[in-house]
Design a protein around this ligand. Structure first.
Ligand code: MN
Length: 424
């Protein structure tokens, strides 16, 4: 932010990616206490319940109870003016030279080692998009080798499906390999029911919403920013065999619904102003309700690593950037509400897998291994086509030469359970 103070008195904050120009929001438990809203500054979480109850957030319209909630939904419902006032006030409290926030009188600055991050919002609805033209083209080629890899609607409709909000989990939650139907080996044969063999990750960005207009009233694309609070990293875990068998004719279901992980800290839109850049040209021009000239692509470097449990050695399997996404967040939101659907504070809209143009920039193993045909070498001497039990997937994101960090999103693959339900 051009108007952000030059630095913070919090030790180590400047230059950490979590300096005063970032200040992402999350929810933390301190030493097993109740969950409280917080912002991250350097290697600390600032407890906003403590700051607010000390009377240090005198912002018109910000009731003190908002930060006594165990999730950020109430704050997100207040809208952009109050988000902005709160952010400026927090920047002032944390700015170099400020002594208003006395750490002894108000013990609100908590070392990250002493807190556990939990889901920052109660997610009311979850939508996953398909906004990367490279990903859609690669997957189209794998699944439909004959013909045009992009379906005829793709350049007109920001394609998406409704996901399962209840199984969105915070970073660090183990993800159990799902059981499901495996497609028949040859046409006409029966499918089997077994642990998924082709478990995958999908590297994505997601945006978290504010309140929306009432039922039946769309959000115009030019006003979408008023309804977008901020951005998180998303891992849309995918079971490829289940997905391949179930997806025609109605789209993804159990192949996606067993778990979706999000990063702990929501980076507010205001912090992302320096990384907003013009998007890729859209040809043909979208319909008028999706037309937007503002720079809405996000220049955020993204990477994913796989760390097998046995070796503990991390291999970077993907390095990409979200600025190449074809459809932007405002276009996704305008489209989602164009028919009259509503949104509320804390809905999650994910971008879809973010892939670039070369193999090293593909955002999932399905593309990286060409549907299992080309193993990816790992730095510990092993290789992967899809994820194995014990693998930890870590996604990181950072913008503006790492001045703005989106932090880290991790999840470890746990073995499939002993599934006995079908005997009963
Ligand atoms: Mn996805």
């Amino acid at each position: 932010m051009a108007d952000a103070p030059a630095g913070s008195w919090v030790p180590g904050a400047d230059g950490s990616g979590f300096g005063i120009e970032n200040l992402p929001y999350g929810v933390v438990r301190h030493r097993g206490g109740r969950p409280v809203p917080a912002i991250r500054i350097g290697a600390f979480a600032l407890d906003l319940a403590a700051v607010a109850s000390a009377g240090l957030l005198p912002i018109p319209g910000l009731e003190p109870g908002v930060f006594a909630e165990p999730a950020l939904n109430a704050f997100l419902g207040l809208g952009p003016r109050i988000w902005s006032d709160t952010r400026r006030r927090l920047q002032a409290l944390l700015a170099k030279g400020s002594s208003e926030l006395d750490p002894i009188a108000v013990p609100a600055l908590l070392p990250l080692e002493e807190v556990r991050t939990v889901l920052p919002v109660n997610i009311g609805n979850y939508v996953d998009g398909y906004a990367s033209i490279e990903h859609a083209t690669n997957v189209g080629r794998l699944f439909r080798p004959e013909g045009d890899p992009l379906t005829p609607n793709w350049r007109h409709v920001p394609i998406a499906y409704h996901g399962r909000a209840r199984t969105v989990v915070p970073s660090g939650t183990p993800v159990r390999r799902p059981w499901g139907q495996r497609p028949p080996a040859q046409p006409g044969a029966a499918p089997s029911f077994e642990p998924e063999r082709r478990l995958d990750f999908e590297l994505e960005l997601g945006f978290v919403t504010a309140a929306g207009p009432s039922l039946g009233e769309p959000i115009p694309v030019r006003r979408a920013a008023e309804h977008i609070f901020g951005v998180v990293l998303v891992n849309d875990w995918s079971a490829r065999e289940i997905q391949r068998w179930e997806s025609q004719p109605l789209g993804p279901y159990l192949g996606k619904s067993f778990a979706t992980s999000i990063s702990p800290w929501i980076v507010p839109l205001e912090a992302l102003a320096p990384v907003r850049v013009p998007g890729v040209p859209q040809r043909p021009e979208p319909l008028p309700y999706l037309r937007l000239e503002d720079p809405w692509a996000l220049d955020i470097d993204l990477e994913a690593t796989i760390t097998p449990e046995a070796s503990g050695v991390a291999t970077r399997v993907t390095r990409t950037n979200s600025r190449g996404l074809y459809w932007s967040a405002p276009q996704q939101l305008a489209h989602a509400t164009s028919g009259g659907a509503t949104i509320g504070p804390g809905d999650l809209f994910a971008s879809g897998t973010i892939s670039g143009t070369e193999a090293g920039s593909y955002g999932c193993l399905l593309e990286r291994s060409r549907a299992g045909r080309e193993p990816i070498p790992l730095d510990d001497g092993g290789s992967r086509t899809f994820l194995e039990d014990g693998d930890t997937v870590t996604i990181r994101g950072y913008g503006e030469a790492a001045r703005i960090s989106l932090g880290e999103l991790t999840g470890r693959v746990a073995p499939a359970g002993t599934w006995s339900g079908f005997h009963e």
